[in-house]
Design a protein around this ligand. Structure first.
Ligand code: ZN
Length: 199
């Protein structure tokens, strides 16, 4: 049996793999922030991915009160690895949505969802919940019943409401600002888009 007490805290895993960055960052949401979580650095170690996926699957199973889940779906690219590992732990299939040329988050590659299937949506980090919300909508448009959403980290401090139950393994409360009222911009500190350079 897994022993949760023997597992390192989630944010400690981020720190020990250099995935918790400090500076001045432009998030995918467009907001600026003094901290960034580079999840790919934690998940580059398959053992961490499997461990986090298993923990998140347990949290989601508790949330949906063990109602069977047919499919796990994630927004590409951020949700791919963790969604895959959650699906492995839940014993379901895994599909992903990606942006088409018009910028709309859609299921492609022949992925199918049967009306009435139950789904959960998994992302690496939820900040505004925008990508997860789009995947929920695309699943519903195909008749799926979305039971819950999950992420490794909740950066919204619990504020994001997706209209479904939501699980996260840890919460990181760091200020984020619209560019026009960003104090780091006001100090003239150059803003970095994470992943655009070596760190
Ligand atoms: Zn800024």
């Amino acid at each position: 049996m897994p022993q949760p007490e023997a597992r390192p805290a989630v944010l400690d895993l981020f720190r020990s793999t250099g995935a918790y960055l400090s500076g001045h960052f432009r998030l995918t949401s467009g907001l600026h922030s003094p901290a960034y979580l580079q999840c790919a650095r934690v998940l580059q170690h398959p053992r961490n991915a499997e461990d986090l996926g298993s923990r998140l699957a347990q949290a989601i199973a508790a949330l949906v009160q063990l109602e069977p889940v047919d499919v796990v779906a994630s927004p590409a690219i951020g949700g791919l690895i963790i969604g895959h590992e959650v699906a492995r732990a839940l014993g379901t299939r895994f599909i992903f949505a990606e942006r088409d040329t018009s910028g709309k988050m859609t299921l492609r590659r022949g992925f199918e969802v049967t009306p009435g299937e139950t789904a959960v949506v998994v992302e690496d980090v939820i900040t505004t919940g925008g990508s997860t919300r789009e995947v929920i909508e695309s699943l519903r448009a195909r008749g799926a019943r979305v039971l819950a959403a999950g992420s490794i980290i909740d950066r919204s401090g619990g504020k994001v409401d997706l209209g479904v139950s939501r699980a996260a393994l840890d919460t990181l409360v760091v200020d984020s600002y619209p560019p026009e009222s960003c104090p780091l911009c006001a100090q003239g500190i150059p803003v970095v888009k994470p992943g655009s350079r070596a760190v």
